[in-house]
Design a protein around this ligand. Structure first.
Ligand SMILES: Cc1ncc(COP(=O)(O)O)c(C=O)c1O
Length: 406
């Protein structure tokens, strides 16, 4: 089946919501993906910050296989041990002995659950305490409430009106944040490093102001860790690389090792906001996905991959420094741990990502002028060298195509 055939079939069979890259992947092992012609690609995107253990990790495959053969699904009407073990584990990794989790199936659903928790929390204090403040450039998912919290007006426009209970403030402006928060606010929403917004770390001042405002106005600080959680920044949770502690964390992506899961983790008074019937989902936290997630956490822990992500992050930064030194097109990098972006001097990131794909390197244009690098946590220094060689070749090709000057 050729790529052209797949395209034609897809055009006739799927709603056209995705702009696909011209590759069909059929297999993966570790940090390597293979296309339908057997060509090997180095995966520095991880299916959008998901497959942190690489592809086809045997620990996850074995856990899924064993649980599939034992018990697949009974719904949340009944107790199932893997879900409880996963909740305990996530709480312990946060260092919260009073943590409570809710499981769902995606990052958007995790944000929806947290929005409901925050509004429930607010209404338990005052009927009008339902407003949320979130940041420009923040991304929280495509379902309607998560979309409203997402700080990209262009994504709202085709579906507006979405409601007026979210106020967006500039991405890193503590004064604007302080002006937007009052007693009607039930939560401040943020990512410690904005992922889809271009891999932009929040400043310590912004984070401290958010925490201080939440304390002052009895609002919840919600950290959307869908992209930054589960080790990618060099700590189990991204907030553990900062000086602030959130009340609620949203998780998804890497937690399932490539299978769909979402979760929220609340602690302190926030953990008491939901009661029976306030929220539910048929599949969330089922035995198979919970077993997969436990295998992910076990493997990350046993192999010391979280601390190593911090070390590899420094090595990745060094490779990106060298690219900036060598290519006029590359002017800097930003991010933390194994979530970084190479910043370009003009909006040609899509061309660079396409050229990288031709060089057998999978990355993506996270902003018009920024290339995201989110490799699996199992890479080694040799993979970083290969990435740097291939990205360098891609930058050369784009420079040659476009002329050396902007
Ligand atoms: C920070 C953040 N929140 C939420 C989401 C939405 O997750 P999902 O695509 O699983 O719904 C994403 C996806 O990229 C994300 O990066």
């Amino acid at each position: 089946m050729s790529l052209a055939d797949l395209r034609a079939r897809e055009d006739a069979a799927l709603l056209p919501t995705y702009a696909r890259q011209p590759v069909a992947f059929v297999e993966g092992r570790g940090a390597t993906l293979y296309d339908d012609e057997g060509a090997a690609y180095l995966d520095f995107l991880c299916g959008l910050s998901v497959t942190s253990l690489g592809h086809a990790h045997p620990a996850v495959a074995d856990a899924v296989d064993a649980q599939m053969r034992r018990l697949v699904h009974v719904s949340n009407l009944f107790y199932t041990e893997p879900q409880i073990a996963l909740a305990e584990r996530l709480g312990a990794l946060a260092g919260w002995d009073d943590a409570r989790a809710f499981f769902c199936n995606s990052g958007a659903e995790a944000n929806e659950a947290a929005i409901k928790l925050a509004r429930r929390w607010g209404k338990q204090r005052d009927p009008g305490k339902v407003r949320v403040v979130s940041l420009a450039g923040g991304f929280h998912g495509r379902t309607l409430a998560a979309l409203l919290a997402t700080g990209s007006p262009a994504k709202h426009a085709p579906f507006a009106p979405l409601g007026d209970w979210v106020t967006h403030v500039p991405h890193d402006d503590p004064e604007a944040l302080a002006e937007a928060v009052d007693g009607d606010v039930c939560a401040i929403w943020l990512e410690v490093v904005q992922g889809e917004g271009g891999v932009r770390p929040l400043s310590a001042a912004m984070l401290a102001t958010a925490r201080e405002l939440c304390d002052r106005y009895d609002a919840l600080l919600v950290a959307d860790e869908v992209q930054t959680g589960i080790g990618r920044l060099g700590a189990w949770y991204g907030w553990q690389t900062t000086d602030v502690v959130p009340d609620v964390v949203c998780l998804a992506k890497a937690l399932g090792g490539g299978l769909p899961i979402g979760a929220i983790l609340a602690h302190g008074p926030a953990a008491g906001a939901f009661g029976p019937g306030d929220h539910a989902t048929t599949f969330g936290g089922g035995p198979v996905i919970a077993s997969a997630a436990l295998a992910v956490l076990d493997t990350l822990e046993a192999e010391g991959l979280v601390a190593r992500a911090g070390e590899l992050g420094a090595a990745l930064s060094a490779r990106l420094d060298a690219l900036v030194e060598r290519h006029d097109l590359a002017v800097g990098h930003r991010g933390r741990g194994l979530l970084q972006a190479l910043v370009l001097d003009r909006p040609v990131a899509a061309d660079v990502a396409a050229a990288a794909l031709d060089e057998r390197l999978v990355v993506n244009a996270v902003a018009p002028d920024a290339i995201r690098l989110a490799p699996p946590l199992v890479i080694d220094e040799a993979d970083l060298d290969t990435m740097a060689e291939r990205l360098s070749a891609a930058l050369d090709r784009c420079t040659a195509d476009q002329g050396a000057t902007p």
